[in-house]
Design a protein around this ligand. Sequence first.
Ligand SMILES: [Mg+2]
Length: 286
Amino acid sequence: MPALAFLDNSSLRSGGGAPLPLRAMTSSPAAPAAAIAADHALAHLLASQAGQLLVDLRAKLHAEGVEGKELKDAGDMAAHNHLMEALRTERPNDAVLSEEGKDDKARLDAERTWIIDPLDGTREFSEPPRDDWAVHVALVIDGQPVAGAVALPAQGITLSTHTKRLAPGAPGDPLRFVASRTRPGPSADLLVDHLGATMIPMGSAGAKTMAVVQGRADIYAHTGGQYEWDSCAPVAVANAAGLHTSRIDGSPLVYNNDDVYLPDLLVCRTELADQVLTILANLADA
Ligand SMILES: [Mg+2]
């Protein structure tokens, strides 16, 4: 596939951000700052492209009567293959960890590792017209997600470190938290009891984190088990939006580990972080 194929973003909405600067798309090892700037744009573009591919694929297969596991698998593979080929073309020297690929441990020695979830919320993807599913693309350097994008393709938007800083607006009254629609977990009960918060059930870690980034929720806490690709790109975007991100014990999230299990996550408005972490500490005491 020609490299230029990845530079055509004319049909994609950028979630409020500036147009992608195409001349900045080429990474230069001699200029690290400029290289990272190009990575923001690339993450945004690749997530958007894979998202559009998934929207089109779901519409086509749904019309043909394809559903359930067959639809899920088709989505996972199509987005994975697209992103892997794009990254091979655009960033041939970087390592990649994908939920849908073999884990090449050479990434542990790599300076730059892309961590991708080609389709986050596969269950929701397979239930049209649900729109709470996402594409995650993030770049990790020294354990930190330094660039990232979360496409919400069925909502027609991509939020990323390339977009301008988002202002979440005023907090909800009562506070609103997003939790897994299938496994809200014990943290949900605690937040209802101690904050009087309203729960918004939703699929996809990316969609839930973006609900906080967009100001449609105030807190996202997860305790039910996750892997690095579930939270990496969402955390990159949440950090860029000025939100609090951490493990639920308040410790930092670190990526590109040998064991990619990263079971819990807190994303919230910064002014709520201390209060929420204190409440969640009851989980450890329970
Ligand atoms: Mg996935």
